[in-house]
Design a binder for this molecule. Structure first.
Ligand SMILES: N[C@@H](CCC(=O)N[C@@H](CS)C(=O)NCC(=O)O)C(=O)O
Length: 204
């Protein structure tokens, strides 16, 4: 039996895991199960009471929710991603990871806001998320030189790549590349990785 990855084609959190599955060479061991968390089946709610994708069920039937937890687990199962270093570089990488995850979180919040009926929209909330995204992008731009392209990548690169891809997908009006040449140049190459090409979201 294969591991089952409950995911959707548009979820950036699920994409982080799907990219990692490719990078770790685990494609043959993982079966993707397309899942809409907003129309969840009783089976899905039992394995992830939080009703969020991604969720992974291992061959032993253990259910793991949350992309960060799933990545940690998958890194024990495959090779191809660099482990976190020790020392100062560790905290830099974890900080970058938080910035990218924060961009994903804020962008998903904007997306969900945009689906509300007009009478329930609260523009200041959306604007707050957008300002956070812009500041986090600027912080990543300042450190873009440290993002790796050759050799084993790290989870920080996966999260950054997925975050930028999600902005292209859901918030193209943000024009995140403008004034961020280093990040744009890094992403241009990163987006060509087979793991990124195989997990592109459908046309918006
Ligand atoms: N912290 C979670 C976030 C997962 C998440 O929010 N996924 C969204 C799809 S992009 C979802 O399933 N939303 C359903 C909901 O919030 O009820 C992770 O890293 O996996």
């Amino acid at each position: 039996m294969k591991m089952k990855l409950y995911c959707s084609a548009t979820s950036p959190w699920a994409r982080k895991v799907r990219v990692a599955v490719h990078e770790l060479g685990l494609g043959d061991l993982v079966e993707e199960v397309p899942t809409d968390p907003y129309n969840a089946t009783p089976e899905f709610l039992t394995l992830n009471p939080l009703s969020k994708v991604p969720a992974l069920v291992t061959e032993k039937g253990e259910a793991l929710p949350d992309s960060t937890l799933i990545l940690e687990y998958l890194m024990t199962r495959g090779r191809g991603l660099a482990a976190l270093p020790r020392g100062a570089q560790r905290w830099q990488l974890l900080r970058q990871l938080q910035l990218s995850d924060g961009i994903i979180g804020a962008a998903v919040t904007c997306r969900m806001e945009s689906l509300r009926p007009a009478e329930f929209l609260y523009p200041p909330w959306m604007e707050r998320q957008q300002r956070a995204i812009v500041r986090a992008l600027d912080a990543l731009e300042a450190e873009a030189r440290t993002l790796v392209l050759d050799g084993p990548i790290r989870t920080a690169e996966i999260s950054a790549g997925v975050a930028l891809g999600y902005l292209d997908f859901r918030m193209p009006q943000l024009q995140w590349r403008s004034g961020r040449d280093r990040l744009a140049s890094w992403y241009f190459t990163f987006a060509q990785r087979p793991s990124m090409l195989a997990t592109q979201p459908p046309a918006a």
